[in-house]
Design a protein around this ligand. Structure first.
Ligand SMILES: Nc1ncnc2c1ncn2[C@@H]1O[C@H](COP(=O)(O)OP(=O)(O)O)[C@@H](O)[C@H]1O
Ligand SMILES: [Mg+2]
Length: 317
C-alpha cells in the first residue's frame, strides 16, 4: 500500500472537470487500499509535496500546467514518481501544432493546417495571407487555439467574413492558433492503456467511442458535459477494418509523441472518403463519470477501480 497524492483542480479552464476526475480517482485509490492525500493544485503545490512526501503522485489535472509538462517537471525535480506521460510527451501532445507537425513528418494523417502566433498578425501582416490560406484549406475552416482544451475557443468559419472573429476567439485562449481543414464525418476517440500488463508490455487500444452530436452540428464545451446533448456510442459501430486502422493509427501517435501510462487520441472519419485523420492526442484524458476513457475501459471489461489501479502501477519517475 502506498501514500498517493492525487493532484486535481488547478488553475486551468478545465478545473471543474479535473475536480470531478480527481474525486473519482481518490475513491478508487482508497478502495484499492492506498492512503490518499488530496492536493488542489495551486501556489503551495511544491510546499505541500515537500511536506507530505508521497510515494506516488496521481496527476488528475487537465489543460494548462497539469497536462502540458509543467507539473510533471516539478515532480521530476522532487523525485516523486507520477502517473501518465512524462515531461516531453506532455509538451508535445498538449500543443496541437507541435503534435500535428510530428504526425505530418511521420506520415500520420492529420488535417492540413497553418499555424501562427500573435506576432505574425500584429507585426508581420499575416492577415494579408488569409485569402491564400482560405484558398488552400477551403471552407468551412476550423480555427482553434494550439493548446489543449475541451473544445474551448474552437470555431468553425463558414465564410471569409467569419475568419477574423474566429481568430480573435482562438487568440483569447492562446498566443498560437491554427487554421485547419474541416473534416466532415464521424468523431472518434481511441483510448489507450499502456501499463505493461499486456503481453510484451505493449500499449493497448480500448474499444472506440463515437461522439454523436444530438442537437448542434458541432458540440461545444457545454454540450460535452451536459448530459443528453452529445450521445456517446461505445463501441462505435464501425467496419472492423476501419476500427482496426483507427486503433493502429492512435497507437502510432501515442508512441510517436512518447506518451506513457494512458491517453486518448481523437480522430475524424471522413464521411466522403472514408479516410481517418488525427486531430489530437490527450495525455491526461478525463476520468469523470461521463468521460470517454472510463467508458472505453468498461466496454473492454476493465472496471474503474481496475483502470485506476493499472494507471497507478504504471507510474514512473
Ligand atoms: N478539423 C476538424 N474537422 C471537423 N471537426 C473538428 C475538426 N477539429 C475539431 N473538430 C471538432 O471539435 C472537437 C474538438 O476538437 P479537438 O481538436 O479534439 O480539440 P479539443 O482539445 O478541444 O478536444 C472534435 O472532437 C470535433 O468534433
Ligand atoms: Mg479533442
Amino acid at each position: 500500500m502506498s501514500r498517493v497524492a492525487v493532484l486535481k483542480g488547478g488553475r486551468s479552464l478545465e478545473r471543474q472537470v479535473s475536480l470531478k476526475s480527481g474525486a473519482r480517482v481518490e475513491d478508487a485509490l482508497e478502495r484499492l487500499g492506498h492512503e490518499v492525500l488530496t492536493i488542489d493544485v495551486g501556489a503551495d503545490l511544491v510546499e505541500r509535496l515537500m511536506g507530505s512526501r508521497p510515494d506516488v503522485a496521481f496527476v488528475a489535472l487537465h489543460g494548462r500546467d497539469g497536462e502540458d509538462g509543467t507539473v510533471q517537471e516539478l515532480l521530476e525535480v522532487m523525485g516523486i514518481p507520477y502517473t501518465g506521460s512524462g515531461v516531453s510527451a506532455c509538451i508535445r501532445a498538449s500543443d496541437k501544432v507541435l503534435a500535428k507537425h510530428a504526425m505530418r513528418d511521420h506520415g500520420i494523417p492529420t488535417p492540413d493546417f497553418y499555424a501562427f502566433n500573435e506576432t505574425a498578425f500584429k507585426e508581420l501582416g499575416a492577415a494579408q495571407a488569409l485569402p491564400a490560406i482560405e484558398d488552400r484549406l477551403q471552407f468551412p475552416i476550423v480555427v482553434k487555439p494550439a493548446s489543449q482544451g475541451s473544445a474551448l475557443g474552437i470555431k468553425f468559419a463558414r465564410t471569409p467574413a467569419d475568419v477574423p472573429a474566429a481568430l480573435v476567439a482562438a487568440f483569447s485562449y492562446d498566443r498560437k492558433v491554427l487554421l485547419e481543414r474541416y473534416v466532415p464525418g464521424r468523431d472518434l476517440a481511441v483510448s489507450i492503456l499502456s501499463d505493461g500488463d499486456e503481453a510484451g508490455g505493449a500499449a493497448q487500444a480500448l474499444p472506440i467511442v463515437e461522439a454523436v452530436p444530438e442537437q448542434e452540428d458541432f458540440y461545444d464545451f457545454e454540450s460535452r458535459y451536459e448530459i443528453g446533448r452529445t450521445r456517446f456510442e461505445c463501441p462505435a459501430v464501425l467496419d472492423s477494418g476501419v476500427a482496426a486502422h483507427a486503433a493502429e493509427i492512435a497507437l502510432q501517435v501515442f508512441e510517436l509523441l512518447g506518451c506513457s501510462g494512458f491517453g486518448r487520441v481523437d480522430l475524424m472519419l471522413d464521411g466522403d472518403s472514408g479516410e481517418l485523420f488525427v486531430l489530437e492526442a490527450n495525455p491526461i484524458p478525463g476520468l469523470t463519470e461521463t468521460s470517454l476513457l472510463p467508458q472505453a475501459a468498461d466496454a473492454a471489461g476493465i472496471g474503474f477501480d481496475e483502470l485506476i489501479g493499472r494507471i497507478f502501477k504504471a507510474a514512473h519517475g
